[in-house]
Design a protein around this ligand. Structure first.
Ligand SMILES: [Cu+2]
Length: 113
């Protein structure tokens, strides 16, 4: 192999690795914010991808939490506090605020592309 070919092959490899890294960072940057406002989750239903981060932010004065037993439990969040969780699996997740019986939300987790 000539020197020029070796260089081109090396550049192609670097480009391929760089593209893979870029794709990976784009996937990990998925972030969905869910506000706790007016004693409800907004949006009430969110569609996300595996690997995405969901961030609940309490925009109320009263305390809230976001709980799905076995998956996540934010603990009590005061106004302005937030809780982050990363979706590891696909499926429909119905979660709730344990402080307010009617405060419920859904996450539909789809496979990452
Ligand atoms: Cu609540």
């Amino acid at each position: 192999m000539s020197r020029a070919r070796v260089v081109i092959a090396a550049l192609a490899l670097v480009a391929a690795v760089a593209c893979g890294a870029a794709a990976a960072s784009m996937r990990t940057s998925g972030r969905t914010e869910i506000a706790m406002r007016g004693n409800s989750f907004r949006p009430r239903r969110a569609e996300i991808l595996v690997g995405d981060t969901v961030v609940w932010v309490n925009r109320d004065i009263v305390r809230h939490d976001a709980v799905k037993p076995g998956l996540f439990d934010s603990g009590e969040l005061r106004g302005g506090e937030s809780f982050a969780w990363v979706a590891a699996d696909t499926g429909l997740i119905e979660y709730r605020c344990t402080i307010h019986q009617r405060m419920r939300g859904e996450l539909l987790v789809r496979p990452a592309k």
